[in-house]
Design a protein around this ligand. Structure first.
Ligand code: FAD
Length: 281
């Protein structure tokens, strides 16, 4: 092992039932052995999961871990965002994952549905204008391009706009190609956007789920990985063993290349993330 493990952060989504809340609390207890730098909680754009998200954030803070709410601006007004920022401050939150978000289908909020903020860079600028340096602002980065972007160059410009608006660091969309990550970081550095870009790591535990999710968010699953996953059929044990090999190898490449952290999309499960970090030493 050439380098020590960089800081780890963990991502959860808000559970929808009391049973889910209890299960997530147990998962967090298991994962705290990894001493995460912070735990983030996703947020449903347009209001779908916002109360559950904030409840999970409060629970993490009470457990003594830094909590970072994801916070999306699509469909929101300046007033509603100002109120949420005040609530975050009251609860001692110092880190936010600032996003545009995607509107749930059928959402009809605001006159156009989009609200007063068009892009995440508008939200970052607003948070900075309202709160100075109080919050550490994380933004999303897309090594393989955001699916709605016109081109990789246009998407890089959108990323640079978030950095110029005041982002402190970035977390990437999931990816399986380390070269795409390193290329993105190099291109961002070349145009002066030098904030840390932490790779978002999705453990593979389920073939259908990962293929669907990757397809929906524009992440490329290399053909050799996709074919093997499909070939395992319902054999969950082989899928998990193969997934552990593939993703731990990806993390090794990222670590060796100097990635400043690893952000795990836990999917509210502990086993896959624990196995990966153990494998990494
Ligand atoms: P932006 O950075 O605003 O980009 C959105 C699109 O607009 C891109 O195609 C970009 O190229 C383009 N664009 C940006 N600025 C301009 C401009 N000035 N002119 C023209 N085009 C522009 N979604 C949720 O709903 N809840 C979550 O909790 C959540 N967490 C996430 C966490 C991470 C780490 C990541 C990577 C994604 C997450 N998402 C979440 C998904 C995210 O909301 C979607 O990918 C969304 O479509 C884009 O959000 P963004 O903040 O990247 O938007």
């Amino acid at each position: 092992m050439s380098k020590t493990l960089p800081p780890i952060s963990l991502e959860f989504f808000p559970p929808k039932t009391p049973d889910g809340v209890a299960k997530l609390a147990a998962v967090r207890r298991q994962l705290y052995v990894l001493k995460p730098q912070f735990c983030s909680v996703t947020y449903g754009a347009g209001g779908s999961t916002q109360d559950g998200s904030f409840a999970a954030v409060r629970a993490i803070l009470e457990e003594g871990c830094e909590a970072a709410p994801h916070f999306s601006c699509i469909g929101a007004s300046r007033e509603s965002i100002r109120a949420t920022l005040a609530q975050f401050r009251e609860h001692g939150i110092r880190r936010i994952v600032a996003l545009r978000g995607d509107l749930p289908s059928g959402y009809g909020g605001g006159s156009s549905g989009v609200g007063e903020f068009r892009y995440a860079s508008d939200l970052v600028a607003f948070i900075r204008a309202e709160s100075g340096s109080h919050f550490h602002i994380e933004v999303a980065a897309y090594p393989e391009m955001h699916p709605q972007a016109r081109s990789p160059q246009a998407d890089l410009q959108a990323y640079v706009a978030k950095v110029r608006a005041g982002a402190d660091s970035a977390i990437t969309q999931m990816f399986f190609n380390a070269d795409a990550y390193f290329r993105f970081v190099d291109e961002a550095h070349a145009v002066g956007a030098t904030i840390p870009v932490v790779p978002g790591i999705m453990p593979i535990t389920n073939a259908g789920g990962i293929i669907r999710f990757a397809d929906s968010c524009g992440a490329d699953i290399p053909r050799w990985i996709r074919l093997r996953l499909q070939g395992f059929g319902e054999d969950g044990e082989s899928i998990r063993a193969f997934g552990l090999d593939v993703i731990s190898r990806l993390c090794e490449q990222l670590r060796a290349g100097g990635a400043p952290g690893l952000h795990f999309y836990t999917m509210n499960q502990s086993a896959a993330t624990l196995d990966l970090v153990r494998r990494l030493g």
